[in-house]
Design a protein around this ligand. Structure first.
Ligand SMILES: [Cu+2]
Length: 168
């Protein structure tokens, strides 16, 4: 039991150290950290971008637009379960960042959506994104591309080459 626990801890440390985020970005009252995205399968048309955005000011702000050279269109989306079905919709009024509050863009929730990827996002690469805030203005962030998500990506971890043969 003890061995398993320490192995698990070691694995967690290994994961933590391999997940590197770009430095935080500060613009006015807005601070953006943990900017990342996920690698996409070869023929994926879309990908999601994630970040943690804090507004230290006394006035609410709002992300009104996003853009990136990696896709034809970049939108602000929300994913939510509606009547038991996972649905995604564009946030037409943008994403509010309340005064003194933090908004987390994360898988399964609010996210930046890359629509019409020019090419797949590859692990270890970076994706530049420009966010436009109503008050703070334009903020450039860099998303680090992490491993393909194991969930909801049917073609994840597909290996090229031969399948190993059984000996018997
Ligand atoms: Cu989306």
């Amino acid at each position: 039991m003890k061995l398993i626990t320490s192995l698990a801890a070691a694995a967690m440390i290994a994961v933590a150290s391999s997940v590197s985020f770009a430095a935080e970005v500060v613009k006015g009252d807005i601070t953006i950290v943990e900017t990342w995205t996920r690698a996409t399968p070869p023929n994926a048309r879309a990908g999601g971008g994630f970040a943690k955005i804090t507004n230290s000011g006394s006035e609410a702000d709002r992300i009104v637009a996003a853009s990136s050279p990696v896709s034809k269109k970049t939108e602000l989306h929300e994913m939510a379960v509606v009547d038991g079905v996972m649905k995604m919709r564009e946030m037409e009024d943008g994403i509010a960042v309340p005064a003194g509050g933090t908004v987390e863009l994360k898988p399964g929730g609010l996210h930046i959506m890359f629509m019409g990827l020019n090419e797949p996002l590859k692990e270890g690469e970076t994706v530049p994104v420009k966010l436009t805030f109503e008050k703070a203005g334009e903020v450039d962030i860099i998303l680090s591309v992490h491993k393909m998500g194991a969930k909801g990506m049917g073609h994840g971890h597909m290996k090229h080459g031969k399948m190993p043969k059984k000996d018997n």
